[in-house]
Ligand binder design. Structure first.
Ligand code: 3AM
Length: 180
């Protein structure tokens, strides 16, 4: 079985900027800079033959390349039980279009449809018992964060290796987007 997800790889520069946001929140487990990415679709555990079908389906996705700008920070979960700190993405029709293309390609090759609305973000940290006031300070101190625009010219199929030291993401394959 392979644990897979489809994401946009970020440029080195963007990852460095994002990594620079880390710190100041007790109970936060910050994403390793090399692991920072924008998930388009979590797939989960699939057998190898289905992984090959997924690969074929992704090869057939046609969508234009586009610029991506990261914008702002936020939190998932309630104020009392914050779970994830994230960096947001400036409104982007091309990104939404790409995500919809990836989603329909995956559904065509037999995966269950994603029920949740696409909420583009880059996970900065996972939180455990983080104090609300420190989260509040993080959000206000970092609220003006912006990075980009950066060119998005391919999507990437990642394999996630779960281990004691946290997940390690392996880029299995890149699928080019159409450049003008
Ligand atoms: O890109 P982010 O960090 O938001 O949380 C996991 C990560 O999302 C998510 O897939 C991305 C790559 O690991 N993920 C992990 N398990 C999941 C699940 N069971 C999941 N998303 C939905 N359902």
């Amino acid at each position: 079985m392979l644990r897979l997800f489809v994401a946009i790889a970020l440029t080195e520069e963007a990852r460095q900027r994002l990594a620079g946001l880390a710190g100041g929140v007790p109970g936060a487990r910050w994403t390793e800079p090399e692991n920072l990415h924008l998930t388009l679709r979590f797939i989960g555990e699939v057998p190898e033959d289905q992984a090959m079908d997924i690969d074929t389906a992704l090869t057939e996705v046609r969508a234009p390349a586009f610029p991506l700008t990261l914008d702002g920070v936020g939190v998932y979960g309630s104020a009392r039980k914050a779970r994830v700190l994230w960096a947001g993405v400036e409104r982007n029709e091309a990104l939404a279009h790409l995500q919809a293309k990836v989603e329909s390609a995956l559904v065509r090759c037999g995966l269950p449809a994603e029920e949740r609305k696409f909420s583009p973000h880059v996970t900065l940290a996972r939180l455990k018992d983080a104090p609300a006031d420190r989260i509040g300070r993080f959000l206000s101190d970092r609220g003006l964060f912006r990075a980009g625009p950066m060119p998005v010219e391919h999507v990437t199929l990642y394999r996630s290796h779960l281990g004691n030291g946290g997940a390690v993401y392996e880029a299995l394959r890149e699928y080019p987007l159409d450049t003008a």
